[in-house]
Design a protein around this ligand. Structure first.
Ligand code: PMV
Length: 334
């Protein structure tokens, strides 16, 4: 069959951000976790670099997610970006020198909202599509895993799993065995995301938590067991559509995260504000130590989002339903 590449001038792809509903950190120690995609995500357009321009590896121009141009010959790019680019060149070969990649996104980075996983998946989908060699689900997962390792150290894999899957998932990694299962949410849910100060990096948060765990091994094991049980209850509440129970379980998860010392005064304040303004439940999401909170609402969420904004916090509303986030464009080529 004729190579699709001969018909493709540009390829476009999209990958959603993510939030963890229950189980961050505990998932690193084998507990079950539940994650959901966000409507906000990362869009990528891959086309041919104009012939009067030269690049080593793809030339990546960030618009929303980051600003400016990055290629392997740019000295100012952050080191992990350069390593990620090297990985892309290793994966797709020297033909990546001819690529111009526009990246646009509506995910604030460093907030535990899956911006690096979404960027990785959107780039992998867009570039493979451009070359007419779309990656299988398994290969996409493997490459996204390698890129996430560059960005985050040794991630559990929950971020890129939910970003690739595009709908609510249960996730567990124990003794090197990975389990991932779809969770059918009975009723559509509306969450308000409140953005706090950036965190100091997932790698750092995971390492510091491990230091504390070594000092309080038995207590931490109990906390992880509690979070694992919460994940089981959360799955049941989601599939049965028990809205107020989902909210209460989120509040409990936040209590556990506080006990694990990954919450901050600012995150607690945002959770409290959400609850006082009618949210059924609120918790931090992701690595903590900064980042973002998610709050479950019974209405369209705009009042709470405005309350957050009035107090100086960025905010957006996201919805979760039983179907995958596809509306903003699965990978496709023109
Ligand atoms: O990268 P973040 O902030 O979304 O955190 C990921 C969740 C952790 O459980 C803290 C780390 C991991 O690898 O699962």
């Amino acid at each position: 069959m004729e190579n699709l590449r001969s018909h493709v001038d540009s390829a476009f792809s999209y990958a959603p951000g993510k939030a963890i509903l229950v189980g961050e950190h505990a998932v690193v120690y084998g507990a079950r976790a539940i994650a959901m995609p966000l409507l906000n995500g990362v869009r990528v357009a891959v086309s041919k670099l104009p012939s009067d321009q030269k690049s080593v590896g793809p030339l990546i121009r960030g618009m929303g997610l980051f600003l400016g141009d990055i290629s392997l010959n740019s000295s100012s790019a952050p080191p992990n970006f350069l390593l990620a680019l090297e990985y892309l060149v290793k994966t797709f070969g020297a033909r990546t020198n001819e690529l111009f990649v526009l990246v646009d996104g509506s995910l604030p980075p460093g907030r535990g909202l899956g911006s690096s996983a979404a960027l990785s998946v959107a780039l992998l989908r867009g570039i493979s599509q451009y070359f007419g060699e779309p990656l299988s689900h398994e290969m996409l997962w493997e490459h996204a895993s390698a890129l996430e390792t560059i960005f985050h150290g040794r991630p559990s894999g929950i971020d890129h799993s939910v970003v690739i899957h595009g709908s609510v998932i249960g996730f567990q990694r124990r003794d090197n065995e990975l389990k991932l299962w779809p969770i059918k949410v009975k009723h559509p849910l509306t969450f308000v995301v409140g953005i706090a100060s950036p965190h100091a990096g997932t790698k750092n948060a995971v390492a510091r938590l491990n230091d504390r765990r070594m000092r309080h091994e038995r207590m931490y094991a109990r906390l992880f067991d509690g979070l694992d049980e919460l994940a089981g209850l959360m799955e049941e509440a989601l599939t049965l559509g028990r809205l107020s129970q989902i909210g209460e379980l989120m509040n409990m998860a936040q209590g556990y995260l506080n006990a694990l010392s990954v919450s901050t005064a600012e995150l607690e304040r945002l959770c409290e504000l959400a609850r006082k303004n009618g949210a059924l439940g609120a918790k931090l999401t992701g690595a903590g130590g900064g980042g973002a909170v998610i709050a479950l609402t019974e209405n369209d969420g705009h009042d709470l989002a405005n309350t957050f904004r009035t107090l100086g916090f960025q905010s957006f509303v996201t919805n979760v339903s039983g179907t995958a986030v596809k509306n903003l464009g699965e990978s496709h080529a023109y």
